[in-house]
Design a protein around this ligand. Sequence first.
Ligand SMILES: Nc1ncnc2c1ncn2[C@@H]1O[C@H](COP(=O)(O)OP(=O)(O)O)[C@@H](O)[C@H]1O
Ligand SMILES: [Mg+2]
Length: 246
Amino acid sequence: MINLSGVDKSYGKTGPKAVDGLSLEVKRGELFGFLGPNGAGKTTTIKLLVGLLRPDAGDVRVAGLDVVAEPLAAKRKIGYVPDEPVLYESMTGSRFLRFIADVYEVPNEKRGRIAELAEKFELTDALRDPISTYSHGMKQKTAIIAALVHEPDVFILDEPIQGLDPRSAFLLKEMMREHCAKGGTVFFSTHVMEVAERLCDRVGIIRKGSMIACGPLVDLRARAGSTDATLEKLFLELTDETANVN
Ligand SMILES: Nc1ncnc2c1ncn2[C@@H]1O[C@H](COP(=O)(O)OP(=O)(O)O)[C@@H](O)[C@H]1O
Ligand SMILES: [Mg+2]
């Protein structure tokens, strides 16, 4: 469902590569965790996946669609939650979500979903207020609902657990699992190791724009020669600047 092949991306002509020869495949039904230290290239990769950035080289495909050649068709398949949600502050939450539903041409009979999700996230009352009055967590939850309004196949989230209260974080994790159980695909970035450890089918670890490890946690542990190493320990070992990586 997600295919990156030989992808490079630099910011500016002379800048170093933020993403460097990245190849990656995520299958339908998979919950994939994308890990890496700050500045490793997670957000850049995600912006390439959702068509907000164009790759300098390589192919980016989501749901079989080339994101560069067919951006609109690809976007219809994708629900994207950015690391810093950009919402229309002057709108009320419900006006904003109706606007998003209009943009995606979601038929009226399918819009009950918005109220359901708002209820789940305890946002029902707040939806009547302007977004400018929301806390960071409330904006995050609004962005999550907005990303799900058109029932996307592929759910792509950039550090989604960040800023959520424990109950909402739990709900979101449950929703991610359910999405995969129904045949959807989830790709999310995090640096919260316990989240990745408990939630993911597979994880990929990126450093300086390149994948340094990718696979089910058991395989990564085997690679590190340890059956009980936590993901955190593996992560620290693999991303150690002085370590010999390949
Ligand atoms: N808009 C930008 N302009 C220039 N450099 C950027 C920009 N965004 C990110 N970078 C650089 O690209 C690299 C990868 O950043 P990013 O993808 O945001 O990493 P992560 O999300 O893993 O923290 C970093 O070196 C960062 O400084
Ligand atoms: Mg980031």
